[in-house]
Design a protein around this ligand. Sequence first.
Ligand SMILES: [Zn+2]
Ligand SMILES: [Zn+2]
Length: 373
Amino acid sequence: MSLRSRGRRRTRLMELFIQLFVFLIIVYSLYITSIQIGIKWLIFYHGYRILGGIYVAAVLFLLPLLGIVYIWLSLGRNTHSTPRYPLPDKDDLTEPYECVNPDGDLATCSKCNGAWKPPRSHHCSTCGVCRIEFDHHCPWVGNCVTRSRMKAFLFMLFLAPVAYVVSVFPIYRTLTRHMSLALTVSQHDAWAKRVWWDWFGSWIFAGGPFGRWIFGMALGFRILKAQRNPDAPIIEQPTLRLFVICALGSIFSLFTLTLALWTLKDLVRGLTTLDVMQGRRQKHPSRFVCIPGDTPRVRDFPEASRRNVVPVIDGERLYDLGFWSNLRDVFDSRPYHGTNTALYGWPKINPVVLDRMRKMTQSQNISIDNTNN
Ligand SMILES: [Zn+2]
Ligand SMILES: [Zn+2]
């Protein structure tokens, strides 16, 4: 087994653990919210039938939906959007296209037996396949996020905080009351003082001063466990498990919301996550745009057809079509996945960039013509 495939297997295994972890959190949240909070606490303990019913219906809709979108995004790791088009003949192309060198050659993938890599495609080293309209490889879903999956990806990122806020809404005040109680109990307990609060390591381990406070509170929950009433619902009693799942949920929600806004910010500027990452790198492969000449292709007289190739300037947003067009592009269309190259939809090039390139080639051609004359 090669070093690369061994590394890929290791990454795959790690991603499977992450997926299992996320999935278990969703399933456990579903149990806590519907059974413990909704049925046992709201409906039976407090007698809020209507409110409890609405709450149970909401979580039974939101959390499984989140789980389904999550699973869907993780599927098709080795199959989806692998380019299967034959390499087009560059002499047949009439519209401007992105190319890899001043000869106007199209990109091919050395890792996929020299297969054509359509513009904006990328070979994902983790999945081991080329992806059309690649954005990034997400270790959380263990799969690539491409343009055709972007809608579902963004939906999941926005759905997670909504599901979290709805889930925590009825227990918010009870939970904060339990948290402050656990903290007070912990700070006044002789054992907790000895093992944690008075120990200098508490400032360093568990994540600094903030972690010291969180871990101290967790100890408080442990002390309160001894005073638990077995007959009352668990929501009524300070429980470490509930605190941990709520804390994890808030961290996840903040993370997904930030990621969603960050991704959207780039998308409306016509950039993929990969574009942004490559733009930051000192060294990245040069990009060119080939503008096929106005003269129709004459196979026997190649000199008759002019091929103008212009390098893309660093920082130039080649596929930026303006805010609304970029946004529509994300939600509207999806790339073609068939095998007919003629049906493949070439990504549209930024008209401003194209205009600059056309002007440049025109002035160059005039000067060449003048020299020839
Ligand atoms: Zn490839
Ligand atoms: Zn991937």
